[in-house]
Ligand binder design. Sequence first.
Ligand SMILES: N=c1c2ncn([C@@H]3O[C@H](COP(=O)(O)OP(=O)(O)OP(=O)(O)O)[C@@H](O)[C@H]3O)c2ncn1[C@@H]1O[C@H](COP(=O)(O)O)[C@@H](O)[C@H]1O
Length: 108
Amino acid sequence: MSEERVTIEDLVATVASRRGESPDASYTAQLLHRGVRQCAKKFGEEAVELVIAAAAEDRPNVKAEAADVLYHLAVLLEAAGVTLDDVYAELGRRRAMSGLAEKAARKA
Ligand SMILES: N=c1c2ncn([C@@H]3O[C@H](COP(=O)(O)OP(=O)(O)OP(=O)(O)O)[C@@H](O)[C@H]3O)c2ncn1[C@@H]1O[C@H](COP(=O)(O)O)[C@@H](O)[C@H]1O
């Protein structure tokens, strides 16, 4: 059986659909119920696990941990009230500048 390809857009839509559901029925609803600080903590833990896998050059685990990071990023954005469009607009703004100009603008 071939598995479905899931994108960050799919994850964001699934996470949004879990808002308001019972924490007993959904892990995502449980995370959202815990609030933005706990979602941020969870994202940080998953990011550290990805860093450890990458530093160990453990490619299978880099894939698995990167998937966890994308899922927990989708949860964190939902908890923080930030949309993917907000993030894409920010990336678009940066594309208009060189990398160094963007870095200087962020420090100013
Ligand atoms: N992509 C994911 C996904 N990636 C990672 N995880 C969960 O994230 C958790 C991270 O692992 P940990 O061992 O650190 O977590 P844990 O100790 O079990 O949990 P905590 O108590 O620490 O929060 C695991 O429980 C994973 O199952 C995910 N859970 C859900 N999804 C997607 O979200 C959809 C909706 O899920 P539900 O909300 O549960 O219906 C699913 O169909 C999937 O597509």
